[in-house]
Design a protein around this ligand. Structure first.
Ligand code: AMP
Ligand code: ZN
Length: 138
């Protein structure tokens, strides 16, 4: 499925040019226009899903292996020492383009160590109650 108003549908299907680093029947991997680090890549499914919850299993199950291949290439070809695999779902999670995509962000020893957050705290009872609630829904 394709969404005529979606820029990532157009890029993934080759209607708008992008710096492509990989392509197969299901995916195009491009370089992000606003890279968090040199070589920041985006894995775009060729089909339109707004987020990971909408994705067909057959596509979703290929995302992690492909992210690993892209990350390994960053380590061998860009001398990255690590990489982040990031995938945002929903505005509150930082998603700005509503076509499923996975960020693969190379990290370098002299660069910023992101993605980060400030650890909070939680009481054991609260953790137990949250776990029970989620367990019932997954
Ligand atoms: P997200 O915030 O997870 O939705 O990420 C969207 C990403 O897409 C951002 O990192 C943008 O820099 C990137 N982006 C938006 N438009 C383009 C484009 N035309 N080509 C390449 N990257 C893009
Ligand atoms: Zn799309």
């Amino acid at each position: 499925m394709r969404d005529d108003d979606c820029i990532f549908c157009k890029i993934a299907n080759g209607e708008i040019p992008a710096a492509t680093v990989y392509e197969d029947a299901d995916f195009r991997v491009i370089l992000d226009l606003g890279p968090a680090a040199k070589g920041h890549a985006l894995i775009l499914p060729k089909s339109h899903y707004k987020d990971i919850c909408e994705a067909e299993h057959a596509v979703a199950e290929k995302l992690f292996p492909l992210a690993a291949r892209v990350g390994k290439a960053m380590k061998t070809k860009l001398q990255a020492s690590g990489f982040n695999v990031v995938q945002n779902n929903g505005t509150s999670a930082g998603q700005t383009v509503f076509h499923l995509h996975v960020h693969v962000i190379p990290r370098y020893d002299d660069g910023p160590a992101m993605v980060t957050w400030t650890p909070g705290s939680a009481e054991p009872e609260e953790l137990k109650s949250i776990a029970e609630s989620l367990k019932a829904a997954i």
